[in-house]
Design a protein around this ligand. Structure first.
Ligand code: HEM
Ligand SMILES: *[C@@H]1O[C@H](CO)[C@@H](O)[C@H](O)[C@H]1NC(C)=O
Ligand SMILES: *[C@@H]1O[C@H](CO)[C@@H](O)[C@H](O)[C@H]1NC(C)=O
Ligand SMILES: *[C@@H]1O[C@H](CO)[C@@H](O)[C@H](O)[C@H]1NC(C)=O
Length: 502
């Protein structure tokens, strides 16, 4: 919200919206209204105040959703946004119903367009034909074991390069940019392989693209649909990032395509990486260098943003609660001594796993749009009309005393202890339970979570084993950045690192 031109434009629209939305709300004959009439409103529904609320939502969505969750923790409530109502779903039973609903009733794709207008900020092909989801879910996940030595190697080199702590002196560094660089590099070791995964221009382009997608999406979605293409054309750098990606990655892909034409799909020496896996599934017009570059650019976006946010949260937590460092170091040392470094060994690092589960994501998850003409009916009788936008109150669920003991208290190993108590049926960082929602639950639960968990656990294990970490100011966690339902770690927050002493 820092660009004044953007604020002016948005202000003008707000006035138009104010008139139209209020009119619709007051028209007793409107179908929309009669169906949703009984769904409770959280925040004010008064004439002027709900208008103000729609703005306050941007600064304060999490508080509002928490308030709604406290009042309706087994139901649905709605909040007023500038151009529409949004419906918030709470409680295990209803959350499960959202996760199980088919695409032609509750649409994941249409819901995503409301937070990341993929067609405008990435490319229409990505949402029209998301075949890469299958590649991520199957090939990437299946190859994690085989690719682990590469992941490990890249983590070591990447942290050496970005931290550059040669002596045992403390060094204070901004966390988010460092982690984005490491995540981009480690992910691209598997996506495109050496040497491109270490090419600074290539990596920076992926990181910049990721930041641009998030930043421009946040703004574009505040506008009504018909204006979005216009707003997008003013504020996205999508074409520039795409052109750079084509220039740097295009030749590698051309080379793979031509080798395949010459020698068939299983040519000798074919690298075991994401490009090869994509080529196994891509069909027709998707089998061109630009189309494949777009897939990989998009996969970079999906992987870099989410994983860097999660890991940066974890590092701020660790610096603020440094008593967790030594127990994790001991655990990693012990596991590595017995099992060496492998994907399987990560499964034994229960403290590392638990620690990564604590600070997971924003106020909402599982955004869906009702696309069924007749609307969507929950088992409790609540009906959401055609076109309604809904999501699940994830943060409030993760802080619900009914689900977790003393949830507000920071206890990095709470899930490790739970795992010891319930040996048969523990959950871990990749669980998609109705009370553990960082990756959603049900049909669309994140297909990249196995890769993300492997990467993040290996990164944290490496850091605690080799570095001491402390807060810039003891006990102070850099405040999160909040925009609407998003809660992201402080983009300029710093942490101190030094080479492990002993
Ligand atoms: C800590 C890291 C990550 C988090 C917290 C995360 C979270 C999520 C969430 C919440 C969803 C939507 C679930 C829903 O609406 O039901 C999702 C979907 C998705 N994620 Fe992730 N994700 C992460 C890492 C990754 C990575 C590394 C990749 C790719 C390699 C990836 C690829 C995807 C894709 C393709 C979808 C769409 C799924 C579909 O359409 O069914 N994610 N992720
Ligand atoms: C957010 O909401 C809470 C409770 O409704 C209120 O106390 C607080 O001042 C609000 N903050 C902002 C920035 O609007
Ligand atoms: C990145 O790769 C491109 C294309 O191969 C090359 O021209 C450029 O010099 C590389 N940049 C760096 C920093 O390695
Ligand atoms: C980006 O490229 C597409 C075609 O590939 C074009 O239609 C669009 O106008 C371009 N956008 C901008 C902002 O230049």
């Amino acid at each position: 919200m820092d660009d004044p031109r953007f604020l002016v434009l948005y202000g003008v629209l707000a006035v138009i919206a104010f008139a139209t939305f209020r009119k619709a709300l007051r028209d007793p004959k409107a179908r929309l209204i009669s169906q949703v009439d009984t769904i409770p409103i959280v925040g004010s529904s008064g004439f002027l105040s709900s208008y103000r609320n729609a703005f306050a939502f941007l600064a304060n969505a999490s508080t509002l959703i928490q308030q709604g969750y406290d009042e309706h923790h087994q139901g649905v409530f709605r909040v007023a946004r500038l151009f529409r109502w949004e419906y918030v779903v709470c409680g295990p039973k209803l959350v499960k119903e959202v996760g199980a609903a088919p695409e032609h009733i509750l649409s994941f794709r249409a819901g995503l367009q409301e937070i990341i207008p993929t067609r405008l900020v990435i490319g229409a092909a990505i949402s029209d034909n998301p075949y890469h989801h299958r590649t991520i879910r199957t090939s990437l996940t299946r190859n994690l074991h085989a690719c682990f030595p590469d992941v490990r190697d890249e983590i070591i080199c990447a942290f050496n390069d970005v931290l550059r702590v040669e002596s045992s002196e403390w060094k204070t560094l901004p966390v988010l940019p460092i982690i984005m660089a490491v995540v981009a590099r480690v992910s691209n070791r598997i996506f495109v392989g050496l040497p491109l995964c270490r090419n600074k221009t290539y990596l920076q382009n992926n990181v910049q693209f990721t930041l641009d997608v998030v930043r421009s999406s946040q703004r574009i979605v505040l506008f009504p649909k018909f204006l979005q293409p216009f707003v997008a054309s003013l504020i996205t750098n999508r074409n520039k990032s795409f052109a750079t990606a084509v220039k740097l990655l295009g030749p590698t892909i051309e080379d793979r395509l031509s080798k395949e034409r010459e020698m068939g799909p299983d040519w000798p020496g074919k690298p075991n990486d994401f490009i090869s896996w994509l080529l196994e599934t891509a069909e027709g017009e998707e089998r061109t260098a630009p189309a494949l570059v777009l897939r990989i650019l998009n996969t970079n976006f999906a992987a870099i943003h989410t994983s860097s946010m999660a890991f940066t949260h974890a590092l701020f937590d660790l610096a603020t609660h440094p008593e967790h460092l030594l127990p994790m170091r001991e655990e990693v040392e012990c596991v590595v001594k017995e099992e060496g470094w492998s994907k399987a060994a990560l499964n034994s690092m229960v403290k590392v796993d638990s620690f990564l589960r604590l600070n997971n994501g924003g106020a909402s998850v599982m955004h869906r749009k009702v696309v069924a003409k007749e609307g969507f009916q929950f088992s409790d009788g609540t009906i959401l009309p055609h076109g309604a936008l809904m999501y699940v109150a994830s943060r409030a669920t993760h802080y619900d005393e009914a689900n977790f003991e003393n949830p507000a208290k920071f206890d990095g190993f709470r899930f490790a202890q739970e795992r010891q108590r319930r040996r048969c049926c523990f959950t871990d960082v990749i669980s998609t339970a109705v009370d553990h929602l960082p990756f959603g639950t049900g049909k669309h639960a994140c297909p990249g979570r196995f890769f993300a968990a492997t990467e993040l656990k290996a990164m944290l294990a490496h850091l605690v084993l080799n570095y001491d970490i402390k807060a810039e100011v003891e006990g102070v966690r850099p405040p999160d950045a909040v925009f609407g339902v998003r809660i992201t770690p402080n983009p300029t927050g710093k942490v101190c690192f030094r080479k492990r002493m002993d």
